[in-house]
Design a binder for this molecule. Structure first.
Ligand code: NAP
Length: 266
């Protein structure tokens, strides 16, 4: 039996175990997906221990995504983003990858959105904002990043090819010409709030929210109400898991089974 898992703290409410185990069931793979909650100062030992125990792969979540970068052989994309969310133990040394960026792009493409050549606005410049901004730029979009702390947006924009950084006050002007808007802030999670004024949205926009609890955020309700295309955060969550599954197993992921397992719990 292969063992996969999630390294984070806390991980009690994670949807990754049912999502991955649905894939194992669907494809008759003899594997389990379990959660691990080490203390932060034990993270290096946790990765060495996982390798020694023959664990096949680990996802990594808050607060370890950055810490792990220096403890594995991170690939080029994970190094640029500055975060690892997937570790592969199949080689001599553990390798680190970031499936959030590609996962977000697959979520957009799944909704028939052409990213190459699109004008994209990313709200937020934290972990999710970084991954999504690099993903968009790599896929050929022109990226504008707007963040509450403007200097963080500018710093990120300096790293992302062709990107520009702004404060939130620039949002309405940026969205005027935009094709895609992505909320990569945590706004909308705790309270029924949105980081983007409704009157800044327009019907030709695709609006993706990284927030997936709740599934229908105020931003997505506003987007749907004015005829824009809403893409909820579970799609990004799904496809980062799909990417990890396919890397680890070399198999094509059973996307519908994984999606059903995820959505039935949200
Ligand atoms: P993070 O690194 O802590 O970054 C948080 C971001 O939100 C920062 O840009 C921060 O701006 C902004 N922010 C926080 N409170 C705000 C407020 N009241 N008004 C305006 N901006 C505010 O967090 P993260 O890891 O990027 O996660 C962000 C969200 O994405 C979370 O809801 C997380 O669950 C979600 N996420 C989803 C997926 C998925 O697969 N769907 C994957 C990763 C993350 P400042 O820089 O000004 O503080």
């Amino acid at each position: 039996m292969d063992v996969y898992g999630l390294l984070g703290n806390p991980v009690g409410h994670s949807l990754s175990p049912p999502m991955h185990e649905a894939a194992y069931d669907e494809l008759d793979i003899d594997a389990r997906y379990v959660t691990f909650e080490p203390d932060r100062d034990a993270i290096e030992g946790a990765i060495d221990g996982a390798k020694a125990l023959g664990i096949a792969g680990l996802n990594v979540t808050i607060p370890f995504k950055r810490d792990v970068l220096d403890l594995v052989e991170a690939d080029e994309l994970a190094s640029r983003i500055g975060a690892v969310n997937t570790i592969d133990f199949s080689g001599d040394v553990p390798t680190g990858h970031n499936t959030d960026a590609v996962g977000a792009m697959r979520a957009l493409r799944d909704h028939d959105l052409a990213i190459d050549g699109a004008d994209a606005v990313v709200v937020g410049a934290g972990g999710a904002g970084r991954a999504i901004s690099f993903g968009l730029a790599d896929a050929g979009a022109s990226v504008a990043i707007a963040n509450r702390t403007e200097s963080t947006a500018r710093d990120l924009a300096d790293e992302v090819p062709g990107a520009a950084g702004h404060g939130l006050d620039a949002l309405a002007a940026l969205l005027d010409e935009a094709d895609v808007l992505i909320n990569a802030t945590s706004v909308g999670m705790e309270a029924d709030a949105t980081p983007v004024p409704k009157d800044a949205l327009h019907a030709d926009l695709a609006v993706m929210d990284a927030v997936y609890r709740p599934l229908e955020t105020r931003l997505l309700r506003d987007a749907a109400a004015i005829g824009a295309t809403p893409v909820d955060g579970a799609w990004m969550l799904l496809y980062q898991g799909v990417e990890a599954f396919e890397r680890w197993t070399g198999r094509t992921a059973p996307i519908d089974a994984m999606n059903d397992a995820l959505r039935s719990r949200l």
